[in-house]
Design a protein around this ligand. Structure first.
Ligand code: SF4
Length: 322
C-alpha cells in the first residue's frame, strides 16, 4: 500500500481508515515496534496503539518495552522522554512538527540563570519540558505525581517550571515549602475561562465538574475534582453523577465513553473554537503520517548523548519517587 499526498490532506473514508490501521498493525508486528499514544490523540490513532496513556504511564511503558522501535504518538517532549529512557531503541515521531507550546516557554539557559538566583532551591520540571531543560533540573514530575514528589524533597525552596497553573495548584498542597513559579502555560487549558465553566454548570446543574490542573486557577477554584488525565478518567467514570463536565483536551472524551458509556461526559467542544480545549499539535499526528513513519522508519528522534545522560537522572528520580 502507498499513501498519496491527497490522502495526507483530506478526511479519510471509513474504508481508508480501516486499511491504514490494518497496515500499521501489520508493520508494527513485522518490525517489532510498539505504538504508544497519548489520550489526546485522534480516536483512529488511539484504536491501533499498543498502549494509550498519560505522560507518566507512557514514560513507564517507554522505559520497560522489549520492542526494537518505539513509535510515539504524542508531542515532541514525550518522544524525547522515550528516547532518554530507551536510548538504544529507535524512537519515531509521526509528526516532528508537533511540539508543545508550553514546553517551549522555558530554555536551558533561563534555568541556568535562575539557578544562580536560587542556589539553595531544588529545581522541579513538569515532564512537559524539552530534553535540554530536563538536563538542568533535579527532578521531573507529572500532574499525577507532582504534590507527592515535592513533599518528599529535602529543600525548603522549590523552583517549579514551566507551568504556572500546575505550580500554583501544587504550592497550595505543599504549604510548608516556598515556591518560585515560572510563568509558562498550556494555551488550550489556561485560556478556557471560569465564565464558560459557569455557563456549562447553569446548563447542567446536576453535573460534577472535573478539571485538569493546567487550567486557570479560577477554573480550578470552582471544580469538584482536580487531577491529571488518568485521575480524571478514574473520577469521571466512577463518580456518583450521571453527567460530568470535563475541562481538559477533547480527545479524552473518546476514552471516557469507551471506559464507561453509561455516563454523559460534557466537553466544551460544541461552543466556538475559543471555548474549546483542543490541542492542535497533539492532533498533528494523523493516521497517514503514522503509516508513513512506521513504514519508512522516518522521523527518528535524536538527542546528544550528553543530554540523554543528564536528562535521564531527573526522570528516573521521578519514577523512583512516584
Ligand atoms: S495540551 Fe497543552 S501541555 Fe499538552 S501538549 Fe498541548 S499545549 Fe502542550
Amino acid at each position: 500500500m502507498s499513501v498519496s499526498f491527497d490522502i495526507q490532506e483530506r478526511e479519510l473514508t471509513a474504508e481508508e481508515i480501516e486499511e491504514l490501521q490494518r497496515e500499521v498493525r501489520r508493520l508494527a508486528k513485522e518490525k517489532n515496534a510498539v505504538i504508544l499514544a497519548h489520550y489526546y490523540q485522534r480516536p483512529e490513532v488511539q484504536d491501533i496503539a499498543d498502549f494509550v496513556g498519560d505522560s507518566l504511564e507512557l514514560s513507564r511503558k517507554a522505559a520497560n518495552t522489549d520492542a526494537d522501535i518505539i513509535v510515539f504518538c504524542g508531542v515532541r517532549f514525550m518522544c524525547e522522554t522515550a528516547k532518554i529512557l530507551s536510548p538504544q531503541k529507535k524512537v519515531l515521531h509521526p509528526n516532528p512538527e508537533s511540539g508543545c507550546p508550553m514546553a517551549d516557554m522555558v530554555t536551558a539557559e533561563q534555568v541556568r540563570k535562575l539557578r544562580e538566583k536560587h542556589p539553595s532551591a531544588e529545581f522541579v520540571a513538569y515532564i512537559n519540558t524539552t530534553a535540554d531543560v530536563k538536563a538542568e533540573v533535579d527532578v521531573c514530575v507529572t500532574s499525577a505525581n507532582a504534590p507527592r514528589i515535592i513533599k518528599k524533597l529535602d529543600a525548603e525552596k522549590i523552583v517549579f517550571l514551566p507551568d504556572q497553573a500546575l505550580g500554583q495548584w501544587v504550592a497550595k498542597q505543599v504549604p510548608e515549602k516556598e515556591f518560585v513559579i515560572w510563568k509558562g502555560f498550556c494555551p488550550p487549558h489556561f485560556e478556557f475561562t471560569a465564565r464558560e465553566v459557569m455557563k456549562l454548570k447553569e446548563k447542567y446543574p446536576d453535573a460534577k465538574v472535573a478539571v485538569h490542573p493546567e487550567c486557570h486557577p479560577r477554573v480550578i477554584e470552582i471544580a469538584d475534582f482536580v487531577g491529571s488525565t488518568s485521575q480524571i478518567i478514574k473520577y469521571a467514570t466512577s463518580v456518583e453523577a450521571e453527567r460530568v463536565i470535563v475541562i481538559t483536551e477533547v480527545g479524552l472524551k473518546y476514552t471516557l465513553q469507551k471506559k464507561n458509556p453509561d455516563k454523559e461526559y460534557i466537553f466544551p467542544e460544541s461552543m466556538n473554537y475559543c471555548g474549546t480545549v483542543y490541542c492542535c499539535t497533539m492532533k498533528g499526528i494523523t493516521l497517514p503520517k503514522l503509516y508513513e513513519t512506521i513504514k519508512n522508519e522516518i522521523n527518528e528522534v535524536e538527542l546528544p548523548d550528553e543530554i540523554i545522560e543528564r536528562a535521564r537522572r531527573p526522570i528516573e528520580r521521578m519514577l523512583e519517587l512516584s
